[in-house]
Design a protein around this ligand. Structure first.
Ligand SMILES: NC(=O)c1ccc[n+]([C@@H]2O[C@H](COP(=O)([O-])OP(=O)(O)OC[C@H]3O[C@@H](n4cnc5c(N)ncnc54)[C@H](OP(=O)(O)O)[C@@H]3O)[C@@H](O)[C@H]2O)c1
Length: 337
């Protein structure tokens, strides 16, 4: 593949915290020794993109120079001086280092520790909905064969991967949803038991179906209330993995049952260089996901695809969340490279 790198690139940048992103022409990002410069073919939304747009807790510049966006799939057009794993022309996918300018841009500098070769059988759109959702599930995963796993909100952008990872590990899976689209998606995935968390008591339902409690729960619902409920579904020796912060109450509930609760934070691992082992685990997770996709064992659910031109408006209205199960994908470059 030959590719001429232009001096500037269109990118969706922060112009004001709490206002939609603006489409501007910005300089091509600086390629650090550990980076690859990627021509981005597809991206996808995550709730964190909207949080950065509205809260900006990492204090990104709002002067129209910082692009948001985490998930991407694209083609390497330049490699940093220290990069040995990738070469120009490689098709790669992954997450951006959240502390730096992101993937809602036609060219972006990706930290090579956080990427992998993309699944060969996936289109760029199919690959771009995998990284953050899959990795958020993968870092917390300990399902075991022939034991029960429970995934509350199992059709969500993160959790639909947790369901598929648990199935891949041979677990029997219970998952909940709160609307018809989520419930249908989970049934289509052949989840062993699906229920509506709005109409039945999750603790009673999960304990009843599993015959006294589950060995593993992955909870990405992000509320203390859900964490407490999830802890109460555990069997003795079980493990609750939550995404994000874990409070004292769910921890104590798990301990009462002779189980453990722990937490993981993809966001932190992705930007704080202190987490070196976790970052190496992430690249391995992406390689694992690529293999699993190519073998037909996992697939992201694309609920909706938007064009590059619509990113600002769509991110602001959707809040980075899919309207019905799965993820929102973004087509950046239309043409096959
Ligand atoms: N810290 C990190 O590293 C990290 C990484 C990734 C994501 N996150 C966070 O993780 C959360 C989930 O992200 P996402 O992309 O999966 O969002 P999402 O696609 O909006 O999914 C959220 C899911 O939660 C379910 N849900 C809501 N209330 C529930 C309840 N009371 N009981 C059971 N399920 C419930 C929803 O189910 P229905 O739609 O079926 O009602 C939906 O499937 C967000 O807050 C995101 O910011 C954090």
């Amino acid at each position: 593949m030959t590719s001429t790198i232009p001096p500037t690139t269109p990118a969706w940048v922060l112009v004001d915290t709490g206002k939609p992103l603006a489409l501007k022409e910005v300089p091509i990002p600086t390629v650090l020794p550990g980076d690859v410069l990627v021509k981005v073919v597809a991206a996808s939304f995550n709730p964190i993109d909207f949080i950065f747009n509205t809260v900006n807790f990492l204090k990104f510049p709002t002067n129209g120079t910082h692009a948001l966006g985490c998930d991407f799939s694209g083609v390497v057009v330049q490699v940093g001086s220290a990069v040995r794993r990738f070469k120009v022309g490689d098709e790669v996918y992954g997450i951006g280092n959240l502390a730096r300018s992101g993937s809602f841009s036609q060219y972006f500098a990706a930290d090579s520790e956080l990427i992998s070769l993309k699944p060969t059988k996936a289109s760029h759109l199919e690959a771009a909905v995998i990284p953050a959702g899959f990795l958020s599930s993968f870092i917390g995963t300990t399902p075991r064969p022939n034991t029960w796993a429970y995934i509350p909100g199992g059709a969500g952008g993160v959790s639909h991967y947790a369901v598929q990872i648990a199935q891949l590990q041979g677990s029997k899976v219970i998952a909940s949803g709160g609307n018809e689209a989520s419930l249908k998606y989970l049934k289509d995935l052949k989840v062993d038991h699906v229920f509506n968390y709005k109409s039945v008591d999750p603790v009673e339902e999960v304990r009843k179906v599993s015959g006294g409690g589950v060995q593993y729960v992955f909870d990405a619902v992000y509320t203390n209330e859900s964490h407490v409920q999830s802890a109460k579904t555990l069997a003795k020796g079980g493990i609750l993995s939550v995404l994000g912060e874990l409070g004292a109450e769910p921890k104590a509930e798990a301990e009462k049952l002779g189980a453990v609760a722990r937490n993981h934070n993809l966001g932190l691992y992705a930007w704080d260089p202190v987490f070196v082992p976790q970052r190496q685990f992430l690249a391995g997770g992406l390689a694992y996901a690529a293999q699993a996709f190519d073998k037909g064992l996992i697939k992201g659910h694309i609920a909706k695809t938007v064009s590059f031109e619509k990113i600002g408006e769509e991110l602001f209205t959707s809040k980075g969340r899919s309207p019905a199960a799965g993820k929102i994908a973004v087509q950046i470059f239309e043409t096959k490279l």
